[in-house]
Design a protein around this ligand. Structure first.
Ligand code: NDP
Length: 329
């Protein structure tokens, strides 16, 4: 039988964690014949709730779940893991400046990066969900010098999934008809869902949805503000769809791409004018041996270039604020 894949999840007793862990343990992330071991990481105040989550995982009697580790010790939590899903982060509180948040979370991700560096498998892959996820990911990457930079990712798949559904609903087609929808830049309201290159069936999305002002002035902000709209409607943030996007992200990073590409924040080497060294969202394909690369040959309109440049500028600003506070360079 197969060796279990060991997956660490931080913020494991949080809302996203509660929607995520059961899907990992049921086989939806790594497949129906792949055993998994879960290393659940929480801060001390979350440990009691975490115990309850672990009890529920036990009570699912998942055949694929071989072990549950519950810990607030990062060295234990990241020991020998194949994947580190960094979901927990400190939420922005009233009166807190963006720079403060970057500094506070920055410290958390320095600690996690170091612990991953020293304890995880050298082949570990790290997916950051906790916000500001791009900059948190960059900080973890910098703090884990022994782990190759191309093993660090931050999540924009939920933005891609949201964007695809908006286009499908507008066009009156099934969401599976929408492809090649790349979200570019920072996972923040500045990210750009590139409708110009998206396809609906075999047609360009802009040939099906010909109202360009709807695309620019309604579609883009609706996707950017979707998280806020869900909080207003549900009274709580979008945990299940965020967890679903984590499952999609990891599954597609493990699977050679057939057909459509997907959006993931990865280390930039300057592709499409994005500043090298940033963790920014780009279209990714995975080859037969499991190596990812940025899709080449996409042509961007001037409007798209401007939007992407603005989002990458926000990332440069975040990096400067965070690195100044953390003494990183
Ligand atoms: P959630 O599980 O709802 O969210 C976790 C993180 O995911 C937040 O940073 C949130 O960002 C982010 N996120 C990314 N995409 C989305 C999305 N589409 N919708 C919602 N959130 C998204 O938070 P909880 O507060 O329920 O749980 C967090 C857990 O993390 C707690 O159990 C806490 O104990 C733990 N924690 C761990 C820390 C650590 O490891 N040192 C530090 C602080 C908390 P945003 O805030 O922008 O919504």
């Amino acid at each position: 039988s197969k060796t279990p894949i060991r997956v660490a999840v931080t913020g494991a007793a949080g809302n996203i964690g509660y929607a995520l862990l059961f899907r990992i343990a049921s086989g939806q992330m790594f497949g129906p014949d792949q055993p998994v071991a879960l290393n659940l990481i929480e801060i001390e105040p979350g440990m009691a709730a975490l115990k309850g989550v672990a009890m529920e995982l036990d009570d699912c009697a998942f055949p694929l779940l071989t072990e549950i580790v519950q810990t607030s010790d990062l060295a234990v939590g990241f020991k020998d893991v194949d994947w580190a899903l960094l979901v927990g982060s400190v939420p922005r509180k009233q009166g807190m400046e963006r720079a403060d948040l970057l500094g506070i979370n920055g410290k958390v991700f320095v600690g996690q990066g170091k612990a991953i560096n020293d304890n995880a498998k050298p082949s570990v892959r790290v997916v950051v969900v906790g916000n500001p996820c791009n900059t948190n990911c960059l900080i973890a990457m910098k703090s884990a010098p022994d782990i190759p930079d191309n093993q660090f990712f931050a999540m924009t798949r939920l933005d891609e999934n949201r964007a695809k559904t908006q286009l499908a609903q507008k066009a009156g087609v099934s969401v599976k008809e929408v492809s090649e929808l790349c979200v570019w830049g920072n996972h923040s309201p500045t990210m750009f869902p590139d409708f110009y290159n998206a396809k609906i069936g075999r047609l360009k999305a802009t040939a099906v949805i010909t109202d360009e002002s709807w695309l620019q002035d309604t579609f883009v902000p609706v996707v950017g503000q979707r998280g806020k709209a869900i909080i207003e409607a549900r009274g709580a943030s979008s945990a299940a769809s965020a967890a679903n996007a984590v499952v999609d992200t990891v599954r597609d990073l493990c699977t050679p791409t057939r057909g459509d590409f997907h959006s993931v924040c990865v280390i930039s080497s300057g592709e499409y004018g994005s500043p090298a060294g940033l963790i920014t969202s780009m279209p990714i394909k995975v080859d037969a041996i499991g190596k990812w690369r940025v899709v080449e040959g996409i042509s961007l309109t001037d409007y798209a270039k401007e939007k992407i440049a603005a989002s990458n500028q926000e990332l440069l600003d975040e990096r400067e604020m965070a690195f100044a506070q953390l003494g990183l360079s």
